[in-house]
Ligand binder design. Structure first.
Ligand SMILES: O=C(O)CCC(=O)C(=O)O
Length: 292
């Protein structure tokens, strides 16, 4: 079993110590304990649950139900610079009817709340996050994507092993994931897993636009070394930083506790952003940095 320590008390000003930097370079993952306060976490969760309670879930059902692939693709495609809800696969029956309470039915909200909603904006922008991004090597950090992940009790879906560079590719590769635990996350309710050091390997696939749909390009067929993966249990307020080539995943939540989390994906504005990446913004909504 792999034993690697990637946990540190969160730096108050966001700046990484030499030891944190060394751990980041070696492993491609850091867990910064207590990066956010309980109050900050609760405010975000409350806001997301409010959004979920008001959401038009008829449309959200497109994502999981057997409706036309074209409709599903269009719903996803337009979420890059808007705010849309996506349902858990197990939340609806074959006819698309909800099997659980609407607020417990949502898999995630994405992908531009950090720019479009004041509560998410406040959580997502600070001098502390800007300092962290700089120390991680991002010369011109741009916050590209936000996701509120509900992982609801009993039906919270699994996230398969992947690298974030597959979805958010730049040349050279620059994406970094900032993942915040908004509930305590354990193996029981579907905490993150990662393969320390896996960021040193190649990007395996790219997910790109093709015509009106999407395809996945195979770049390297080598399997991920999941025998060397570690669980990353986290307390509410902890933050996990994930290199864009670091393989990571999470299991189903079959427990009776939710596992809310929030992620920001950040790229370097100095890098090229391909026009075939799935996430494209309209010109009137340029990417911002971490400054408020
Ligand atoms: O929260 C999860 O379960 C997975 C999140 C993830 O894979 C990501 O943010 O890239």
């Amino acid at each position: 079993m792999t034993t690697v320590n990637v946990r540190f008390p969160a730096p108050k000003d966001g700046h990484l110590t030499p030891q944190m930097k060394q751990t980041w370079d070696a492993n491609g993952v850091l867990l910064l304990e207590g990066f956010k306060s309980e109050a900050e976490c609760d405010a975000l969760t409350e806001r997301a649950r409010h959004m979920a309670s008001e959401a038009d879930l008829t449309n959200a059902g497109i994502f999981a139900s057997a409706q036309a692939a074209a409709e599903r693709d269009e719903y996803f495609r337009a979420s890059g610079d808007t705010v849309r809800c996506f349902l858990e696969e197990e939340a609806i029956d074959d006819n698309g009817s909800l099997l659980v309470d609407p607020v417990e039915a949502i898999n995630k909200i994405g992908h531009a709340m950090h720019d479009l909603d004041p509560v998410f904006d406040a959580f997502s922008h600070s001098a502390k996050l800007a300092a962290l991004a700089k120390d991680l090597g991002l010369k011109d950090a741009r916050v590209l994507q936000s996701m509120f992940i509900f992982k609801p009790p009993r039906i919270g879906g699994e996230v398969l092993w992947h690298q974030d560079g597959t979805y958010l590719y730049t040349e050279p590769q620059s994406v970094i994931g900032f993942w915040f635990a908004l509930d305590d996350a354990s193996k029981e309710n579907g905490c993150l897993w990662a393969i320390p050091g896996g960021h040193g390997e190649t990007l395996r696939t790219r997910f790109v636009r093709e015509g009106d749909g999407f395809v996945t390009w195979a770049l390297d067929g080598t399997e991920f070394d999941i025998a060397n993966s570690i669980a990353l249990p986290a307390r509410k307020g902890d933050m996990v930083v994930l290199h864009g080539r670091l393989p990571h995943a999470s299991e189903y939540n079959r427990s009776d506790r939710s596992r809310h989390a929030y992620t920001l994906h950040v790229v370097d504005g100095a890098c090229d952003y391909p026009e075939n990446n799935w996430l494209q913004r309209h010109d009137d909504m340029p990417l911002r940095g971490f400054e408020r």
